[in-house]
Design a protein around this ligand. Structure first.
Ligand SMILES: *[C@@H]1O[C@H](CO)[C@@H](O)[C@H](O)[C@H]1NC(C)=O
Ligand SMILES: *[C@@H]1O[C@H](CO)[C@@H](O)[C@H](O)[C@H]1NC(C)=O
Length: 244
């Protein structure tokens, strides 16, 4: 599929998911099934995947991040990763990371790979080792439907805030940063940046810089937006969206 076509599919689905998300807060934001092969019921891959999922549900909540791989035979081995948003509690993280694999397995039935995002977490699994590499394959945008009145100055300040938060995130142990800046007329801009912790800190920075470069394509002149990938994401809004 050409990237242009893929992109327009995103646009449609995203507008839809944005609308759905408003009415059902805990619904997934988006998902992709990988293009890799299918597994069959009761295969070793399925059993490894189930073990992997349980391991990630157990491992992830305490720190908000988990990676695991299960299996010995290369083509039956499953790799997975889960990440919770930096501000969510261990119990919220656990709820999200428990729900995510059920949902993605259902949406990508018998597919050897998939990725799903929620507000509170993301969950990814694949039959090949994807750790410590920037994910350029799985990425989507979301935006607030409201337009700002002064796009050029607003866009500038958004980029400035997110760049500062990228600088902050990649030198922080959990690769997570939030911050805000007062604009004018009682408007405050809130931002968040986060990377998965399998990346090197330089790759975290690179991933976020690449995402921030997508601002004009994603959320030009919009009151809020997100660029979300399998390795990093940012979000900005003119209202607070993370817990202190
Ligand atoms: C995997 O399964 C799906 C759904 O059953 C099917 O549409 C798809 O063609 C299969 N893919 C491969 C690579 O066999
Ligand atoms: C924002 O601007 C776009 C493009 O000019 C327009 O189509 C859209 O209706 C506007 N959105 C709102 C919520 O006013």
């Amino acid at each position: 599929m050409s990237s242009t076509k893929l992109f327009s599919t995103f646009l449609f689905s995203l507008t839809l998911s944005l609308i759905l998300q408003t009415s059902f807060g805990a619904d997934p934001l988006f998902h992709f099934c990988s293009n890799s092969q299918n597994f069959t019921a009761n295969s070793p891959y399925e059993s490894n995947l189930k073990t992997l999922i349980n391991s990630l549900i157990y491992k992830t909540p305490s720190s908000g991040f988990g990676v695991a791989s299960v299996g010995i035979d290369q083509n039956q081995k499953a790799y997975g990763l889960a990440l919770c948003r930096g501000d969510v509690s261990a119990s919220e993280c656990k709820t999200c990371v428990s729900e995510a694999p059920k949902e993605i397995l259902n949406r990508c039935q018998y597919n050897k790979g998939g990725i799903i995002w929620y507000d509170y977490c993301m969950f990814k699994y694949l039959d090949t080792d994807f750790f410590a590499k920037i994910d350029y394959t799985n990425r989507f945008y979301m935006w607030n439907l409201n337009n700002v009145s002064d796009p050029s100055s607003f866009n500038y300040k958004t980029r400035e805030l997110l760049s500062q938060l990228a600088e902050k995130a990649y030198v922080t142990s959990n690769f997570y940063a939030t911050g805000e800046v007062y604009l004018e007329n009682s408007v405050t801009l809130y931002g968040l940046t986060q990377c998965t912790r399998d990346l090197s800190s330089n790759d975290c920075k690179k991933c976020l810089d690449d995402a921030i470069d997508e601002l004009p394509n994603c959320c030009d002149g919009k009151e809020g937006g997100r660029v979300v990938s399998g390795s990093c994401n940012f979000r900005y809004e003119i209202y607070p969206f993370v817990k202190e």
